[in-house]
Ligand binder design. Sequence first.
Ligand code: UGA
Length: 428
Amino acid sequence: MMKKIGIVGAGYVGISTAVLFAELGHRVTLVDIDKEKVEKINAGKAPIYEKGLQELLEKHVGKTLSATTSYDIINESDIIFICVGTPSKEDGSINLDYVRKSSEEISERIGGYKVIVVKSTVLPGTTENVVIPILEKGSGKNVGKDFGVCMNPEFLREGNAIYDSFHPDRIVIGEYDKKSGNILEDLYKPLNAPIFRTNLKTAEMIKYASNAFLATKISFANEIANICEKIGGVDVYDVMKGVGMDHRISPYFLNAGVGFGGSCFPKDLKALIKFSEEKSYKPILLKSVLEVNDYQPKHLVDRIEEKVGSLKGKNVCILGLSFKPNTDDVRESRAIIIVNELIKRGAHIIAYDPKAKENFRKLFPNIIYVDNVDDALKKAEICIIQADWDEFKNLDYSRYKNLVLIADGRRTISKKIDIPYITVGYRW
Ligand code: UGA
């Protein structure tokens, strides 16, 4: 049956959820405080770069999908998803300002029975101890009787968010009561994905544990990579291929490189570390995962200097500024650490990225940016590959006689090239 769905927050989670439910035949309204974003969506234009998003917006906007800056649509919604950001504070703890604010706004408009679903990543206990009390106080109504509550974490990858929304490995539903859980389960049924129902706190923890585990796999591969470099003749990519063939391990997230970035892994790990410390447990493993991750980009720059000597005055190009390919997001990108290291060591930096240049420019206005990879390579003595965009894979690097070294931070180049080459996890 067609439902009226309100989605608060039009970031990549909110917008992917919106197009998913519009495509499944529901009437969806996105609420966001950013007027410009709302106007863009209503004009059928994707406010962020996500594969497949533009097409789905064109298909549904003006029909069953719209956006607004006003919370008033909450009144007539059956189900409301909270998809606002939960950024890190200076000390690594989680900032719940947007979650609180949106809960307050929703609480004033509960009216008839509806289910409020927290999709934002929040620490265990937040839905119960922060969101529900705000909803009850503001509405004067009771959870479980006048309205329902669920916690439904998302596992979308940026850049693949639309695909992941339509093809989830699992749907986790944390429920305050059976009625709320049943309503949410019905909504997801057409996807035919495994559904796991549990309590609110467990759903919140599943999200953190999933991200922490994936980050741990990456740091594990990176640590083995660093040991392989000491041996010589052992390639970590072959090692992980052999390791990943064990079905208990799986081959995914074992790609060694300059480490993980993005708006999720570093932030969620820091928040979980802080949370456990507040509960008087020192999370030894999680802290090491971050430590390895911070070591990786600096270690690559050290290895470059070992090969070519001081970087002072040398022209170094960095290819790939986003935290991974197919996105313009530069949050916690390893390119930030690499560029800071290069600046510290006195290099002249030439930066290129197919999509993320403008976002990176806001962080580093004083380095040189070029519009295509050829301009980057023909001016550089050293080339660092930080994100494995397709366009870097099959380039004829040998054409650039000016290059004295390529440092491949993501194992992007698979062909043999006749330019001195170093990469993470292998030493000849
Ligand atoms: C991550 C999770 O993969 C999603 O499941 C989750 O929903 C999301 O965070 C979130 O919490 O919102 P995302 O940050 O978009 O998604 O990016 P990933 O594709 O997971 O990559 C994260 C970083 O790890 C990138 O910098 C990538 O280059 C790096 N990575 C990934 C590696 O270094 N090695 C690998 O084997 C895999």
